[in-house]
Design a protein around this ligand. Structure first.
Ligand SMILES: [Zn+2]
Length: 277
């Protein structure tokens, strides 16, 4: 079975001994992502040479049955993931695993960690036992405690990402970001001249905001993972600190949502620019 290339990359990192012990996976399809992640986990824990249908080892069988004590998946119990669920996991994973090399956990819908379970989770990943590997899977990074985010390696796993191929919009998005960040007083003028005057339909404005969101998001993810952005066009965004980038991602996400309703585009851009500043 073929899995998402970002998940394959995690496996590669594991084989190179470079996989982070705490991983935050941001995906647009949690169920699919978790089921593919289980294949990664089997690769990690399999006692034999893993193959798609490993029927030689008991470990893979136990993983399939959800009955391997060294592999735990936590899902929300009702509306939230509760503190007790996380403390139970902590206690179970205090010991060195016996049958396998690692203890592996998956937190499904990590955005459902509430204030108290988030704090327990934070304690858990702050001082991980050297055998533990964790995957927090979410579809909403903004709902995750920033202190948790800062301790995790972030991986984006998108299944429904439609690649934006509209060159004009791609250019406009990068110039608009540049105006907002470096030439604020002319940003509104830019909008009037280059966006509003063209009388685009709503879909293209949505595309524009999605592209802008991608730009900020990529810099944010690189910053958290301490990669230097490979995109020289947005070097100036690297100078923004984590909190500000995170805030800007949140603002753009909110504005993108507003485009689903009837909005006056003039006022929309006006207040977007003010808030982004
Ligand atoms: Zn196996």
């Amino acid at each position: 079975m073929k899995i998402n290339s970002s998940l394959e990359y995690l496996l590669l990192r594991y084989k190179e001994n470079k996989l982070s012990q705490s991983n935050l996976i941001v995906t647009d399809d949690i169920d699919k992502c978790v089921s593919e992640l289980k294949i990664v986990v089997k690769n990690i824990l399999c006692s034999d040479t893993f193959s798609a249908s490993c029927d030689k080892c008991n470990i893979c069988h136990l993983i399939d049955e959800n009955s391997l004590s060294n592999f735990i998946v936590i899902e929300p119990d009702g509306a939230a993931i509760k503190k007790e669920q996380v403390s139970t996991l902590m206690n179970k994973f205090m010991l060195k695993p016996d049958l396998v090399n690692n203890n592996v956990f998956i937190i499904k819908n990590a955005e459902k960690l509430n204030a108290s379970s988030s704090n327990t989770m934070l304690k858990f990943i702050e001082e991980p036992s050297p055998y533990n590997i964790g995957f927090l899977v979410t579809n909403n990074i903004n709902a995750i405690l920033p202190t948790i985010i800062s301790r995790c390696q972030i991986t984006k796993v998108n299944y429904n990402e439609e690649i934006i191929e509209d060159e004009e919009i791609i250019d406009l998005a990068s110039v608009f970001v540049d105006k907002i960040e470096n030439d604020y007083y002319n940003a509104l003028f830019f909008v009037k001249e280059n966006l509003l005057s063209k009388d685009y339909d709503k879909d293209r404005y949505i595309l524009l905001l999605r592209k802008m969101l991608d730009i900020y998001y990529e810099v944010l993810v690189n910053k958290i993972n301490e990669f230097k952005s490979n995109n020289d066009n947005f070097m100036y965004l690297n100078n923004l600190n984590y909190d500000i980038l995170n805030k800007k991602v949140q603002i753009l996400t909110g504005y993108l949502d507003r485009l689903n309703y009837n909005v006056n585009m003039n006022l929309f851009f006006d207040s977007l620019i003010v808030e982004m500043r």
